[in-house]
Design a protein around this ligand. Sequence first.
Ligand code: ADP
Length: 184
Amino acid sequence: MTRLIFLGPPGAGKGTQAKMLSEDCGVPHISTGDILRAAVAEGSELGKKAENYMSAGELVPDELILDLIRERLHQPDAQAGWILDGFPRNVPQAEFLSKLLEQISQPVDFVINLDVADEVIVARLLNRGRQDDEESVIRNRLEVYRAQTEPLIEFYRSRQQLVSVDGSQTLETVRASLQQVISG
Ligand code: ADP
């Protein structure tokens, strides 16, 4: 049983590492960014509502995300564990998640903070070339991260759930560090 939350700035490698680890552990990788991008591509109601926030590098409103996470964590494949990537992203989302996990009796094992310096982040994201990876949007996503998501490091540290991993190392070294963390 593996239940993990990945925290870290955009470009820290959360998505890549969370995906590999979810395959290793045989649990779903739940990325709110991926879910939202799929909704935008589909042109669904959710996608239409989320699109403008995403292309500006802002968070989409909590009301679009909270129901989505509740439903996702109730799916059959999520009963054996999960890796959350991109959620929670602010304190209200983290409080919502703590309550939800208590209700469904699914405690989180660890919250992994992938730590990466700003210069490395901007360089990586400019290289990635996703639609919301234009420099001004990247800078805004970083500001949003600092203001809204970074406080979660303290939130989870004070609950003794936080583990920090140096995300500026090579992909393989980060992967090995993560495997060490989850194997205790
Ligand atoms: P990155 O890790 O590169 O910032 P994500 O794929 O996690 O990118 O998210 C892309 C965009 O999707 C965010 O900039 C934001 O607009 C939206 N998003 C993803 N997850 C959330 C969330 N939990 N709450 C609000 N907005 C979100």
